[in-house]
Design a protein around this ligand. Structure first.
Ligand code: SF4
Length: 421
């Protein structure tokens, strides 16, 4: 194992420390509606009991700032002290309104405003407020949502992701604001690993290294989601990169925690999870073989279990024995049963090869987050779905009960026209 990347320490609330010298922090995110205070408090209670050290909650609208404040108040009243992280997309107004309310705020500053200069000015104001309230932040950039300015300037590569993040990192350093964690997630494990490596290198070069939140975004569910997360996260952790982790699964968020705890325990001696023998053997194999495959040190792996071998090879993008699935974990923006729909999409499309199919929970962020998907099933809510080919919506507002058939028709008709080419 490589030496651990030496980072600054970030303090979230009074009790959670993220950075080298501290065990890896395990976190997750609620998938309830933030406006449903009862359900969100109940889910936070369950997640805290299952070992979540940080719990993220989406704040899609200004009205949710008050909901979040009430959720936090009720949790504290019950004696649950787990720091909360507000998840903000696009709105700098909501990001600033939530600073007095929670311990940590996750933002993508590039999305604060379409005009890049204005986005920088708004981020500067936001940092001033975080300094005043002594908050922690996460600068969270995803492969699929880099923003027009960045893609035009640097392209859509791991290097571009790292360079894009460095702009905000440098603004934090200039503002002497150091309570900063950075993430560069992607659903493609090769892109994700290379982006974090590059960011670690650039921060070392700069002389200020912020802790890294590592994760594979839209990893999906079941064994595939766990394996995809483990191969990439373990590769980075084995290189000493990564201080807090989230394993995103399109399942009950409580299911993410044992996988994250397994990884944290394996690389930093954090508390060990209770796992079934089968689950432990899957996670172990994914962690053992992830780095050698992603680094092209081996081309094959000596596993007798053909299914597990295929899953690990596909997670490392060394063999594609089934469609590549991308599915977001869902959050308070999701207005349909994402997990069930994802399982139905998988069952209906399993025969296709060499296609990337995304199932996304909301029309606000889903299309932008699908990255390099060939087809996207994006729930609009209220029983309607939009289907995408690449980044283009091709069938809008389809009733939910017809959408999977239409998706299969769309892939089939494209396959037929490709054959005719
Ligand atoms: S894409 Fe999924 S996880 Fe992201 S905001 Fe929409 S519903 Fe939430």
């Amino acid at each position: 194992m490589n030496p651990v990347l030496q980072t600054r320490t970030v303090c979230v609330g009074d009790s959670v420390y993220i950075g080298s010298g501290h065990p890896i922090v395990v976190q997750t995110m609620c998938n309830t509606h933030t406006s449903d205070i009862e359900a969100t408090v109940a889910q936070c209670r369950r997640l805290a009991a299952a070992g979540a050290q940080l719990i993220r909650i989406t704040v899609p609208a200004m009205a949710d700032v008050q909901h979040l404040a009430e959720i936090r108040r009720r949790l504290r009243e019950e004696g649950i002290q787990t720091p909360l992280v507000a998840d903000i997309h696009f709105s700098s107004e909501i990001a600033m309104a939530v600073v007095p309310v929670v311990e940590k705020i996750r933002i993508n500053p590039g999305n604060f405003h379409p005009d890049h200069g204005k986005a920088r000015a708004l981020f500067g104001q936001f940092l001033g407020l975080c300094k005043q309230y002594n908050r922690a932040i996460r600068i969270g950039l995803n492969h699929g949502s880099l923003g027009k300015y960045i893609v035009e300037k640097f392209g859509n590569t791991p290097q571009a992701m790292a360079l894009a993040a460095m702009e905000w990192v440098e603004m934090c350093i200039d503002a002497q604001f150091y309570n900063v964690v950075v993430s560069l997630k992607a659903s493609n494990t090769v892109v994700m690993v290379n982006a974090y490596r590059e960011l670690a290198r650039l921060m070392q070069e700069k002389g200020v290294v912020f802790p890294l939140h590592v994760g594979v975004t839209e990893a999906g569910n079941g064994d595939s989601g766990r394996i995809k997360s483990c191969v990439a996260i373990s590769t980075l952790l084995s290189e000493g990169i990564g201080n807090t982790i989230r394993v995103s699964l399109t399942e009950d968020p409580a299911n993410e925690l044992p996988v994250a705890q397994y990884l944290a325990n394996r690389y930093s001696g954090a508390a060990a999870p209770v796992l079934s023998a089968r689950e432990e053997s899957i996670l172990k194999a994914a962690c053992d073989w992830g780095a050698p495959l992603l680094n092209h040190e081996v081309d094959d792996i000596p596993l007798e279990d053909e299914y597990l071998k295929d899953e690990i090879l596909q997670a490392c993008r060394r063999k594609f024995y089934k469609p590549e699935y991308i599915a977001c974990p869902g959050c308070g923006r999701t207005l349909y049963n994402l997990e069930e729909t994802f399982n139905r999409v998988k069952a209906a499309t399993g025969e296709f090869k060499d296609v990337v199919i995304a199932v996304m929970g909301c029309i606000v962020n889903g299309p932008g987050e699908m990255a390099d998907a060939d087809y996207g099933y994006v729930g609009e809510g209220f029983g309607k779905v939009t289907l995408y080919r690449k980044k283009e919506p091709v069938l809008r507002h389809i009733p939910e009960d017809e959408a999977i058939d239409k998706l299969v028709e769309l892939i089939n008709s494209d396959s037929v026209s490709r054959l005719g080419d």
